[in-house]
Design a protein around this ligand. Sequence first.
Ligand SMILES: Cc1cc2nc3c(=O)[nH]c(=O)nc-3n(C[C@H](O)[C@H](O)[C@H](O)COP(=O)(O)O)c2cc1C
Length: 323
Amino acid sequence: MKSAIRNPQSAIDLSVNIAGVELKNPLMTASGTCGYADEYADFVDLRALGAFVTKSITLSPRAGNPYPRAVETRAGMLNAIGLANVGLEAFLAEKVPLLERLDIPVFVNVAGTTVDDYIAVAEAMEDVAVVRGCELNISCPNVQAGGIQFGVDPQAVETITRQIKAVCRTKPLIVKLSPNVSDIAATARAAVAGGADALSLINTFIAMAINVETRRPMLANGAGGLSGPAIRPIAVYMVHRVYTEVAQPAGIPIIGMGGIQYARDAIEFLLAGATGLAIGTALFVDPRCLVEIRQGLTDYLARHGKKSVRDIIGTLDTSTSDP
Ligand SMILES: Cc1cc2nc3c(=O)[nH]c(=O)nc-3n(C[C@H](O)[C@H](O)[C@H](O)COP(=O)(O)O)c2cc1C
């Protein structure tokens, strides 16, 4: 208590609850940008995070798309990794022991090309203690079969959510929404109708970059998914829309993502209605940004006289715009 008086920052509570999972702070990795926690271990202590989100896991191993499959763009990055991953069996045998050492809650991102694939992976997670929930990736723009096709039609979103939820008996199901739709509130509503315990948004935007000298696409796949600062204002808008129209009335949390690089970006998402915050592309620029964002968030709360990060979630003042 004494130290709390001396340092008001130490009294600030960053903890949040995502569908029953207690996180010591809202920060987590965005799926696919930090592998299985082994890739950044030398650069940053991932235990500073509230939770770790794995790369998408599919039933069988996937080599992914041909190279080049990532390029830098002016304010972000374009990738067409194509869900390259070790597959369920190797994940359980080789990666789970690494995740256990992290000592923070883990969410496993689940993907597939058929509904049965999704079900097999999600069902297997029921028996893995370190895994506290599944994030359903129905929004990957970079695979031929599966991926985004499940995530753009509200009826399909509701059906697959219900099918996966039936096997997630003891752990929450987070449904990750695609921004590549005309009405993200409709797909959010469908996920909630199917039984989603939380929503995460946004995945990447389908986009293209062209090498004008060769007149060929810069990615071997042709198109890919755009992420990073370029998409942040759209992501903030979508989080706010889904929060006010769907998540808040349904009483479920949002994990917001899309271009978070600095504390002020993270705060925008919180004000817009996100409870959790995932950081992806910024990790490629500087993995230590996680620690800086956490400190910046604490400073902001202290400066605004808030005791808890929960006091600012969804508190956007829409009565007037910033002059
Ligand atoms: C290289 C790369 C790989 C990704 N892989 C996955 C993935 O396997 N599963 C998934 O759901 N999202 C994946 N994403 C999307 C991110 O999780 C996130 O939704 C998106 O990049 C927006 O956040 P950001 O701007 O902070 O990167 C990937 C993004 C990048 C840049």
